[in-house]
Write a protein that binds this ligand. Structure first.
Ligand code: PEP
Ligand code: MN
Length: 343
C-alpha cells in the first residue's frame, strides 16, 4: 500500500507513522519527494486511519507499488517543452553509435527537417565482444550534444556505468538504461536521485513484473520521469535477433501509469522489419518509437543490419502519421515547439 501525506503537514505527519511502523517491524520506505510511505507487503489500510496528516491511502497488492496503475493513472512530463505521456506519439531516432561529426550532423539535419525532436546515439556502447566498436565516449557525447542543439533537438543517450553519470547527465536530455543494465540495481538507485528523464529498456530476459520493479527502484528514489522501452526479448528461435513483444504494451498499460515506447530496431534486428514493427507498435497503443537510422546503413560501425536509411525513415514516418491520424493521434514531429529555428 502507499500512504500519501498532505504536502503541507508531511513533516509532522511522518514521525508518528514512522514510529508505528518501526515498533511493529513493518517493512517500509519513505519517499521524501513524494511525501509518501511505500509498504510493499502490508495490506491493512484501516490500521492507519488513526493517524493525522494523511491525504490518501492506496491499497496495492503487486510487488511494484509506485509504478502501479493503482497509484496513478498516467505519468506525463515535459522534455524541454515536448510532452511525454500525454497522448503524443514520441519519435526518437538516430544512429546506434555516434561515429563522427559528419555522420551525426547529417542525421540531425535530416531528422530535424522532418520535425523529429529526439536525437538518439550511443557514445558508450555495451558490446557483446570487447573487440567491437565501443563508441567515441566523451567525444561522442560532445558531438551528439552539439549536433542535437544545433538543430534544436533533445539528446537520448545510454549510461553504461554509474561512474559516468555526471558526464552523461551533462549532455543528455534523456538518459537511456540499456537492456543489459535493467538489472543493475545500484545504477537504478543512482538514477532515482537525479532530476532527469530515464528511458528504461526492458532486460532481454525480463518479465514485465521485473521490468516494473526496475522502474520502481528509480521511482522509490523520487524520480518519476521514466519511459519504458520494449526492445525485444530472447527466444529459442534464431530467425530473428530478438522477439519483439508488442503484446507487452497493453499489458504495461493495464498494470502501470508509465509511458511505454517500442524499439523496433533491436526488437527485430533487421532493417526490412523496422517499418512494419513500428506501425504495429503505433497500432497497439505504444507512446512512441526509438529507431536506428544511419546516413549509410551498410557502413554503420554498430548494428548495421538493423539501421534504416534516410529514405526508409521518411517513409516510415509518413506511414506512422497516417496510421495515427486514423486513430485520432499525432506524432510529436507535428509539434512546433522545438526545431523552430536553428541555433
Ligand atoms: C541501443 O539502443 O543501441 C542498445 C544497445 O540497446 P539495447 O540496450 O536495447 O540492446
Ligand atoms: Mn544499437
Amino acid at each position: 500500500m502507499i500512504i500519501v501525506l498532505n504536502k503541507n503537514s508531511a513533516e509532522t505527519g511522518r514521525l508518528p507513522i514512522e514510529g508505528f511502523l518501526n515498533a511493529n517491524h513493518i517493512n517500509y520506505r519513505y519517499v521524501g519527494k513524494l511525501h509518501a510511505f511505500v509498504l510493499p507487503k502490508y495490506q491493512q489500510t484501516e490500521v492507519f486511519e488513526q493517524f493525522e496528516g494523511i491525504e490518501t491511502i492506496i491499497p496495492i497488492n503487486t510487488p511494484y507499488q509506485l509504478a502501479s496503475k493503482s497509484y496513478k493513472n498516467q505519468t506525463s512530463f515535459q522534455v524541454n517543452d515536448i510532452s511525454v505521456g500525454e497522448g503524443l506519439f514520441n519519435v526518437m531516432a538516430g544512429p546506434c553509435s555516434v561515429e563522427n561529426e559528419d555522420q551525426i550532423f547529417a542525421t540531425a539535419e535530416f531528422l530535424s527537417n522532418l520535425g523529429v525532436k529526439f536525437l538518439r546515439g550511443g557514445a558508450y556502447k555495451p558490446r557483446t565482444s570487447p573487440y567491437s566498436f565501443r563508441g567515441l565516449e566523451t567525444e561522442g557525447l560532445k558531438l551528439l550534444h552539439k549536433a542535437a542543439k544545433a538543430y534544436n533537438m533533445n539528446v537520448v543517450t545510454e549510461l553504461l556505468d554509474g561512474s559516468l553519470l555526471d558526464e552523461v547527465a551533462t549532455y543528455a536530455d534523456i538518459i537511456q538504461v540499456g537492456s543489459r543494465n535493467m538489472h543493475n540495481f545500484h545504477l537504478l538507485d543512482q538514477l532515482g536521485k537525479i532530476n532527469k528523464p530515464i528511458l528504461l529498456k526492458r532486460g532481454f530476459q525480463a518479465k514485465a513484473v521485473e521490468w516494473l520493479l526496475a522502474a520502481e527502484y528509480i521511482m522509490s528514489g523520487g524520480n518519476e520521469q521514466i519511459i519504458l522501452c520494449e526492445r525485444g526479448i530472447r527466444s529459442f528461435d534464431p530467425s530473428s535477433r530478438n522477439v519483439i513483444d508488442l503484446g507487452v504494451v497493453p499489458i504495461i498499460k493495464e498494470l502501470s501509469h508509465l509511458p511505454i515506447i517500442v524499439d523496433p530496431s533491436h526488437g527485430t534486428g533487421a532493417a526490412s522489419r523496422v517499418t512494419p514493427a513500428s506501425l504495429a507498435a503505433a497500432a497497439i497503443g505504444a507512446d512512441g518509437v526509438l529507431i536506428e537510422v544511419h546516413p549509410d546503413p551498410s557502413r554503420a560501425l554498430s548494428d548495421s543490419e538493423q539501421a534504416i536509411s534516410f529514405d526508409e525513415f521518411s517513409n516510415l514516418l509518413n506511414k506512422t502519421k497516417m496510421l495515427l491520424n486514423a486513430l485520432g493521434k499525432q506524432t510529436d514531429t507535428e509539434s512546433t515547439v522545438l526545431n523552430s529555428g536553428r541555433l
